[in-house]
Design a protein around this ligand. Structure first.
Ligand code: GLN
Length: 234
């Protein structure tokens, strides 16, 4: 059984540990470089990527994790974890061209394990948090239920990055329209109008990332199981 660490500085650690165990791994919290050295793969949980950046420094884990990633360690990042695995981080959609809040984006130091540009808090206030069902490339058995909480999205992917899941771009829908008048066919129209949709799950070699939180969906470990497979294959 592979031993998979969960970065345990902040955020949804316990849920990932439990999902990994259910998915067939031995799961261990990682707070110290010595603990990192003992794992075959690492999960970076959701939380707050600016806070995690600071804590990675304080716990002297940034460089050891960066080195392991550069050496091919499998990793899976959900939400803030996905932000940390990216190569470039943009801040939220405030203003039309986005970057009003660039100073706070600068306080996220990404680990650059994925050749992607990530935008934090990308879904806007009205859809701050939402849930949906997604087709997930490589995962059989029907759509994956996806919980988004102040989620990032992937704005650009490099040529080696495989897109695993998308959602129709969640342009802030006024709640009164979105909730009450939406008919069953409305999401399809929205999806058709917006071509490929918004990228919310990717893989590049041994690195997997989702903008959402599969660890919060009890009774469905398919995403974690997929990561356990990736670690086994390494
Ligand atoms: N908004 C957070 C960030 O950018 C991520 C939220 C989450 O992990 N649920 O760090």
């Amino acid at each position: 059984q592979p031993v998979i660490g969960v970065l345990a500085l902040q955020g949804g650690v316990a849920e990932h540990l439990a999902a990994l165990e259910r998915g067939g791994a031995v799961a261990e919290p990682v707070r110290r470089p010595e603990e990192l050295a003992g794992v075959h793969g690492l999960v970076l949980p959701g939380g707050e990527s600016t806070t995690m950046t600071r804590l990675l420094d304080t716990f002297e884990l940034f460089e050891p994790i960066r080195e392991r990633l550069a050496a091919g360690m499998p990793a899976y990042g959900s939400c803030a974890g996905m932000v940390l695995l990216g190569s470039r981080v943009l801040d939220d959609r405030s203003g039309q061209d986005g970057l009003r809040d660039a100073s706070s984006a600068a306080s996220v130091r990404p680990l650059a394990a994925l050749d992607v540009v990530v935008r934090r808090n990308a879904f806007g206030r009205q859809v701050d948090s939402f849930e949906t069902d997604l087709d997930f490339e490589g995962i059989d058995g029907g759509p994956v239920h996806a919980v988004f909480i102040r989620a990032p999205l992937i704005e650009k992917v490099g040529s080696d990055v495989q897109v695993l899941a998308t959602v129709a771009p969640a342009e802030p829908t006024p709640p009164e329209r979105g909730r009450q008048e939406s008919s069953r066919s409305e999401p399809d129209v929205a999806a058709a109008e917006t071509s490929a949709g918004t990228i919310v799950a990717v893989r590049q070699g041994p690195v997997l990332a989702t903008a959402f939180h599969p660890e919060l969906v009890g009774g469905d470990e398919r995403v974690h199981r997929q990561f356990v497979h990736m670690v086994r294959a390494c």
